[in-house]
Design a protein around this ligand. Sequence first.
Ligand code: BTN
Length: 325
Amino acid sequence: MGSPVKEQILKLFTDNKDEFISGEYISKQLGISRTAIWKYMNELKTEGIDIVAVRKVGYKIVGKLDKITPTDIKLGLETKQFGRNVFFYEEVESTQNIANELVFKGAEEGTIVLAERQVKGRGRLQRNWVTGEGKAIAMSIILKPSIPPKVAPQLTLLAAVAVASAISKVTNLKPNIKWPNDILINNKKVCGILTEMHGDSDLISSVIVGIGINVNQEKDEFPNDIISRATSIRIEEGKKILRSKIVQAILMEMEKLYAIFLEKGFVPIKLLWESYAISLGREITATTYSETIVGKALGITEEGQLLLQDEEGKIHTIYSADISI
Ligand code: BTN
């Protein structure tokens, strides 16, 4: 974890967005000397935060590099709990594994793990997940809800709503969700979500929500066999976006939706999910581990399973499948 004083300085800048803050004010607020402030400001500069210092006026943050270190995430973060503990790595096998270890060490709810590179990133249905170095987001969020395991898929859908809503807030794009939790922009996948849980058959002790987003890759950085199906926020938006902004927006949306979920249950989340859903009312193909079903997507159940009506009118409840639209 970073130095508490630096965290307090980041909070002051977060609370006074785009404004100069005088050294005297910082000094009074934090009870530290002007020399100490100067030292911390220099540390922030070396961490990639672009700070201007104007004599007799104070300090102002004018920009930052596209990095996702704890400093980058905390500067501008408006959540109470989510993302307040950030574990950042240059390279990991999978952020899910680190989050798992942290859960066993008693990590708090809302703790996140971020990495620039994953060498064994995991996707749904036992697939690999490639994290484009320096241009993508690979993040795992630790949740500790007291819910029975059958309710856990609802959290996957909640995470999809959080990501879709965060992307619409930070960009001009209109993301959609493909069941259960792929985020698409202009029909191409920009984000995948993998939820893993611990607990026993009655009660969950933790859920790790793994989110992988293509942010700043350009077209030629995607392998040929993927480019027709995948995209990045940069390709669709036409400009680079700071990854830290997207992470912050996701954390904010997750915190908000998770509180609603704990208080009111899944119904409000289900409505939001449906407002982003791409396939409802359309004919889709669901490939489960045992069969392929072609049918009309009718909606999702209260538990988050997909309802599919085949040609004969039979309604199938889909728990896990690969969907083609
Ligand atoms: C999918 O198959 O669509 C889900 C992909 C999930 C990828 C993310 S990246 C962060 C976290 N770490 C992993 O190894 N996987 C998830």
